[in-house]
Design a protein around this ligand. Structure first.
Ligand code: C2O
Ligand code: CU
Ligand code: CU
Length: 539
C-alpha cells in the first residue's frame, strides 16, 4: 500500500518538512513561499547552546481588583514586540514575535487565590511576516494584518479576560486582563488567540508559561528553585537564512495547509540545547507548544520519568513511565532523578530524534539543599475524586469532521458540522456537570481543549465510522478503554483519537459568559475547528 499523507501524520510526520522541496529561487516580494529552500535542521551541530530559562515576570504596580476596589492586585505589563533572537550558535538571528524580549516570554509565578492583572500591549509592526490566508474566516483581506489577543490556557478566568478570538486588537492598543487564580496549582500557558491567524502568531513566537502554585503543592517538597525547570518543546521550519518559514499550500488563493511539522526542534527558544544538571532529582514542567506535532518523549539511557502532574495539576500518585506522549497544548509535570547517572550525558528524544541533552555533573554542588535532596518523591500526591457519570445533567454528541475537496485534500475541519459563525449550540448551565462525547470521524488525533474548565476523561472507544456516516448508528468495536494513568487527573486538553469516541466529564464552574472550545492543532483551530460556547446562569 502506498504511504499516504495520513500515514505520515500518524507516524509523526517528521519528514514532511524537508521532503521534496524544489530548489527554486524565491520569487521577489514573497515573504514565506514554499519555494524558499529550507534549512535541514539535522545539519546543525547539536547540544552547543545551553537551555535558556525564561525570566520571571515582575509586577510594575499594584492596582484595584475589578471585583473589589479596596483590594490591590499586582499589575504586570507585557508588550508584544518583534525581536531578533539567536536560536542556535551557528544560525543568524531569527526574527520572532515575542511577549517581552524573549520567546517563550517571561514565566509568571502566581499563587492560588491571589489574583493578578496583566496589561497585554500590542507593540508589533503593522505588517505580518508570515503568510495570511484571507480565505479563512476572520482573516479576510479587509481585516488588519496584525491582530493579537492573549489567552491564558487552563485558566478559570472571567470571559472578558479570557481572550475571546474576536476581541483582537491592533498595534498601539492593549488590554488589561484579570486572572483571579481561584484554582489548584498547575502549569498554565499564555499564547495568542486571534481569529484566523492564531497559527501564525504562535508560530512567530507568541507564547509563554504561567506557573500557578498553592500550599498543598508546597507541602510535597518537590524539587524547586534551580531544580524546577520549564521545558517548552516545539518544532519549527527555517530557511537557509535562519528565518522562520511557515509552509503554504502552493495555491496562492488558499495558502492554508492542514498541519505544519518542522524538523527543527526547540526547547525554550534554542535548537537542540543542553542543560547541565546535578546528580539529583529535577522537576521539569513540560509543555508541548507545537502547532501540530505530537511528542513522544523518552530518555536515551532507558531511564524513567515520574509523571506527577498533567494539564491541570497534580496526579493522585506519581506514574512511572519511559515514554511521555504530549499532544499540542498538553502539559506533563515530570520528575527525573539523575542521582545514579553522575558524569553521564543523557539525550531527551522524540521517538528516534534528539530533542536536548542533559549533562549530569560528577558530584552534587556543595551547598545544595541536601535535606530536600534526600526527600523521596511522595507516593501520594493530590487526591483526585473521580467524577460520577450520574452527576451529569446532559450528554452531548459532538463530531469531529474533516471536509475534503474532490482530490481528498482537507479544506476545513469542523466541530459537529458547524462553523464558527453559526449560532451557539453548546450552552451548559453554570455549576452543572455534562458529558461530552467527542466522536472523531477523521484519520487524525485531535487535541480538544475547552476554555474555562477542567475535566476528567471517562474513556475512549472505537466505533464504525462508515456505518455512523451512512446510518447515523453508533456501532462500537470492543470495550471502552479507560484513560492511561498519566491522564487520570484533571485535564483541559484531551487527545480525541481517530475513529474513537472520547468521553469527558466536565463541571462548568467559575463564570458565566462566552468561551470557546477547539482543536489545539492550530491549523485546524484557525480553519473552523473552533466553536464558541456559552456558560449560562441557572434559569
Ligand atoms: Cu491553548 Cu484556546 O487555547
Ligand atoms: Cu485555553
Ligand atoms: Cu484537529
Amino acid at each position: 500500500m502506498p504511504l499516504t499523507r495520513r500515514d505520515f501524520l500518524q507516524h509523526g510526520g517528521i519528514f514532511t518538512a524537508t521532503l521534496a522541496l524544489p530548489q527554486v529561487a524565491p520569487p521577489a516580494q514573497q515573504p514565506a513561499s514554499r519555494f524558499r529552500t529550507n534549512l535541514n535542521a539535522y545539519s546543525l551541530a547539536q547540544f552547543v547552546d545551553p537551555l535558556p530559562i525564561p525570566e520571571i515576570a515582575q509586577p510594575i504596580d499594584h492596582r484595584p481588583s475589578p471585583e473589589n476596589a479596596s483590594i490591590k492586585l499586582p499589575y504586570y505589563r507585557v508588550a508584544m514586540r518583534q525581536i531578533e533572537a539567536k536560536l542556535h550558535r551557528d544560525l543568524k538571528p531569527t526574527r520572532l514575535w515575542a511577549y517581552g524580549s524573549s520567546s517563550p516570554g517571561p514565566t509568571f509565578e502566581a499563587r492560588s487565590g491571589q489574583g493578578i492583572l496583566v496589561e497585554w500591549a500590542n507593540e508589533l509592526p503593522a505588517q505580518h511576516f508570515l503568510p495570511i490566508d484571507h480565505g479563512i474566516h476572520g482573516a479576510e483581506a479587509d481585516k488588519p494584518e496584525v491582530r493579537t489577543v492573549v489567552h491564558l490556557h487552563g485558566a478559570k478566568a472571567p470571559a472578558e479576560s479570557d481572550g475571546y478570538p474576536e476581541t483582537w486588537y491592533v498595534p498601539g492598543k492593549s488590554a488589561v486582563y484579570h486572572y483571579p487564580n481561584r484554582q489548584d496549582a498547575a502549569m498554565l500557558w499564555y499564547h495568542d488567540h486571534a481569529l484566523g491567524i492564531n497559527r501564525l502568531n504562535i508560530f512567530a513566537g507568541l507564547f509563554g508559561t504561567y506557573l500557578l502554585r498553592d500550599d498543598f503543592e508546597d507541602s510535597l517538597k518537590l524539587p524547586s528553585g534551580k531544580y524546577e525547570i520549564p521545558l517548552v518543546v516545539y518544532d519549527r521550519i527555517f530557511d537557509l537564512e535562519g528565518q522562520l518559514n511557515y509552509p503554504v499550500s502552493g495555491n496562492p488563493k488558499s495558502p492554508w495547509t492542514p498541519e505544519v511539522f518542522g524538523d527543527a526542534l526547540l526547547v525554550n527558544g534554542k535548537l537542540f540545547p543542553y542543560l547541565e544538571v546535578e546528580p539529583r532529582p529535577y522537576r521539569f514542567r513540560t509543555l508541548n507548544g507545537a502547532n501540530a506535532r505530537f511528542f513522544h518523549l523518552s530518555l536515551a539511557n532507558g531511564q524513567t520519568f515520574h509523571q506527577i502532574g498533567t494539564d491541570q495539576g497534580l496526579l493522585p500518585a506519581p506514574v512511572e513511565t519511559k515514554r511521555v506522549i504530549l499532544a499540542p497544548a498538553e502539559r506533563a509535570d515530570l520528575v527525573v532523578d539523575f542521582s545514579s547517572s553522575a558524569g553521564e550525558q543523557i539525550i531527551l528524544k522524540n521517538d528516534s530524534v534528539n530533542v536536548m541533552q542533559f549533562r549530569v555533573a560528577k558530584a552534587q554542588s556543595i551547598g545544595g539543599n541536601s535535606s530536600q535532596d534526600r526527600n523521596a518523591l511522595p507516593s501520594a500526591l493530590r487526591p483526585v475524586a473521580k467524577m460520577q457519570e450520574s452527576a451529569a445533567v446532559k450528554t452531548r454528541m459532538l463530531t469531529l469532521v474533516e471536509v475534503d475537496d474532490l482530490a481528498q485534500r482537507p479544506v476545513a475541519m469542523l466541530l459537529n458540522n458547524t462553523h464558527w459563525n453559526m449560532p451557539v449550540t453548546e450552552n451548559p448551565v453554570l455549576d452543572s456537570t455534562e458529558i461530552w462525547n467527542l466522536i472523531n470521524t477523521t484519520d487524525d488525533s485531535h487535541p480538544v481543549h475547552l476554555h474555562l474548565v477542567r475535566f476528567q476523561i471517562l474513556d475512549r472507544r472505537s466505533f464504525d465510522v462508515a456505518a455512523y456516516w451512512t446510518t447515523g448508528k453508533m456501532n462500537y468495536f470492543g470495550p471502552a478503554i479507560p484513560p492511561d494513568p498519566s491522564e487520570a487527573g484533571w485535564k483541559d486538553t484531551v487527545r480525541a483519537d481517530p475513529a474513537m469516541v472520547t468521553r469527558i466529564i466536565i463541571r462548568f464552574e467559575g463564570f458565566t459568559g462566552r468561551y470557546v472550545w477547539h482543536c489545539h492543532i492550530l491549523e485546524h483551530e484557525d480553519n473552523e475547528m473552533m466553536r464558541p460556547y456559552d456558560v449560562i446562569a441557572a434559569p
